[in-house]
Design a protein around this ligand. Structure first.
Ligand code: PMP
Length: 283
């Protein structure tokens, strides 16, 4: 039995109820976060809270709590109820419940739901995955972590049906990001390239950690979008997300990367990210 938090109550997942007039349900009018926890400790909590607040402000959704510590108290209680120490949580805030109308009432109360989940073994994918390429069909505010994910869902599914683990999206000949992850390549000079943080990508928390770790370790990071030609000439490629960490990319479309071996920089960053996350357990 798994418990979730829903609007002030802890309920069995199957007993939790939301109105049919929830604006998330009707309009995808809401935001979310996925956060990891290890040894019962939340990882990158402040970074996730910062992004959540930004998403809420951008959509003019009111904050359910003024103090981020309220989330912490709720989440730690939920981990205890679910008797889980390692895994992930999904946190969703929608604008609230109101008679269906595109215009939203000014004093509407947000609906908040938090549940925990676990991931299967990542051993196989950590040896390298293949990535497809597709046109970026999304709107111009990909920086908002909105629950409206239809373009991502459809392209991920299409990629899966073609045998790809992930799909990198292309806007104006430039790779923006994956459907559920950020995209990186390493060029022949060992410079790491990833799309700059702007409205065309979701600024991933793991992306930020990787950039920070790479710089701290004397690696050169260039936050500039790359194209297919750069992929053809790259030495290494990888993707990042909260649920996957760093995953080596060994094939992009029909381009084989580094003879399908995990590159040295990718390997180093994978190890350093693990250290970075594990250090938070003891903070
Ligand atoms: N881009 C997109 C489109 C995503 O859905 C995700 C995962 N939610 C990411 C990037 C990675 O973000 P994070 O590292 O914060 O999980």
């Amino acid at each position: 039995m798994s418990f979730c938090y829903i609007n002030g109550f802890y309920k069995n997942n199957i007993d939790a109820q939301i109105s049919v007039e929830d604006r998330g349900f009707n309009f995808s009018d809401g935001v979310y976060e996925v956060m990891g926890f290890r040894n019962g400790k939340l990882l990158n909590f402040d970074k996730h809270m910062y992004r959540l607040c930004k998403s809420l402000i951008n959509l003019q959704i009111s904050k359910p709590f003024s103090n981020p510590n309220s989330y912490k108290i709720i989440i730690y209680h939920l981990l205890k109820l679910n008797d889980v120490n390692d895994g992930f949580l999904y946190l969703q805030i929608t604008r609230g419940t109101a008679k269906r109308n595109h215009l939203f009432p000014s004093n509407i109360k947000p609906n908040i739901v938090i549940f925990t989940f676990s991931k299967g073994s990542l051993d196989k994918i950590k040896r390298g995955v293949n990535v497809g390429l597709t046109k970026d069909q999304r709107w111009m505010r990909c920086d908002i972590k909105s629950i409206s994910l239809l373009a991502n869902v459809l392209d991920k599914q299409k990629g899966h049906e073609r045998g790809f683990f992930e799909v990198w999206q292309i806007r104006k000949n430039l790779i923006t990001e994956g459907t559920t992850s950020n995209a990186f390549i390493v060029n022949k000079k060992s410079h790491i390239y990833t799309h700059p943080k702007n409205n065309f990508i979701l600024g991933g928390v793991t992306r930020d950690c990787v950039v920070e770790i790479a710089l701290k370790n004397g690696l050169k990071v260039i936050e500039k979008a790359f194209n297919i030609n750069d992929i053809k000439n790259c030495n290494e490629a990888f993707l990042t997300s909260t649920t996957l960490g760093i995953v080596p990319v060994t094939k992009i479309d029909n381009i084989i990367i580094n003879k399908k071996a995990i590159g040295l920089i990718t390997k180093t960053l994978m190890k350093k990210l693990e250290d970075f996350l594990n250090k938070q357990i003891h903070e």
